[in-house]
Design a protein around this ligand. Structure first.
Ligand SMILES: [Zn+2]
Length: 225
């Protein structure tokens, strides 16, 4: 009798230890939204994946995404991230496995898969063995194909000269672009809206890759079967 109780007690403790922990100042609605978002992600099923997705995340599957996230982020807190334009950040010297959300994450309303794009972007920054994948400064000027200033899809702020670009497919912008493109292409249990949002936000984030050769190789990867 006592033994059974003890085992049950230990099981509960180990489950709690695995759960994501939130600082007290994370708003309750943001916490439950985050749990729902991660729950959605953990249920994704996929029919295939591109080579770059396979290399970084494995298969398009909730199990692979859960494993990736949980091995990178264990705590969530609120922070200004030292930049009024930031949506979220990882501050390696404070805690490499903690994701900080800013008021920009709280106050702007974006689709679920776009919020998950931010979460997986920050997860990649938790990789100290990869120098936490620091960003490049975006070019000045930084214009789109129509000659208009490139702006953040999240906050609308101008990106030229900001540390908000990457010159590799493997950093935070590249990997989250690869993730969303694969969800758009291969998720077999996502609705059309999720897939459209995933494609739209991925295409936007691909614009943060400021090396033309790298961008071209990523487009080729998305066309691969
Ligand atoms: Zn970043």
């Amino acid at each position: 009798m006592f033994k059974t109780l003890l085992i049950v007690g230990m099981a509960i403790v180990s489950l709690q230890a695995m759960a994501l922990s939130y600082d007290k100042n994370v708003p309750a609605n943001i916490k439950s939204q985050m749990e729902a978002d991660l729950g959605f992600m953990n249920g994704i099923q996929g029919s295939s994946q591109t080579p770059l997705h396979k290399e970084i995340f494995g298969q398009v599957s909730g199990a692979a995404y859960k494993k990736f996230f949980e091995s990178h982020i264990v705590e969530v807190g609120m922070n200004s991230c030292g930049n009024g334009m930031a949506v979220a950040c990882v501050i390696p010297f404070m805690n490499e496995n903690k994701m900080w959300l800013t008021q920009n994450f709280v106050k702007f309303s974006h689709p679920q898969i776009a919020r998950l794009m931010v979460v997986y972007h920050e997860s990649r920054h938790a990789e100290g063995n990869n120098g936490n994948w620091p960003h490049d400064d975006c070019p000045t000027p930084f214009l789109d194909d129509n000659g208009k200033d490139m702006a953040s899809i999240w906050t609308g702020s101008k990106l030229e000269g900001q540390p908000a670009c990457d010159s590799t497919a493997y950093g935070s912008y590249g990997s989250s672009t690869i993730l969303l493109k694969n969800v758009a292409k291969f998720c077999s249990n996502c609705g059309d809206k999720v897939k459209m949002d995933a494609d739209m936000y991925a295409t936007d984030q691909l614009g943060r890759i400021d090396d033309a050769k790298v961008k071209k190789s990523m487009l080729a990867d998305f066309d691969a079967k």
